[in-house]
Write a protein that binds this ligand. Structure first.
Ligand SMILES: [Zn+2]
Length: 84
């Protein structure tokens, strides 16, 4: 998270993005995974969440693990990274 501009613009509507937490559903065929409290940049206008770089990596590895469980619906909470 170095050199990230603070003020970002929503690519969907041009609104202002603010850092926050979002519950984001991911759908793969017949599998639905909801990850809660994902750190994201959320549009103050259309409320669309956009994952930041580090969160994207963590979410992707979570989704890979969940795929192996072969559960049709999973709801998990984003694991907090260990802060130093
Ligand atoms: Zn927007």
């Amino acid at each position: 998270m170095i050199g990230e501009p603070v003020n970002k613009i929503c690519p969907t509507c041009g609104g202002h993005l603010e850092l926050g937490r979002a519950n984001i559903p991911f759908i793969f065929g017949e599998t639905v995974v909801v990850i809660k409290s994902v750190p994201a940049e959320i549009c103050t206008n259309c409320h669309e969440p956009f994952l930041a770089g580090e969160a994207t990596d963590r979410v992707m590895s979570l989704l890979r693990q969940l795929k192996m469980l072969q559960s049709e619906v999973s709801v998990i909470t984003y694991p907090e990274p260990v802060t130093v």
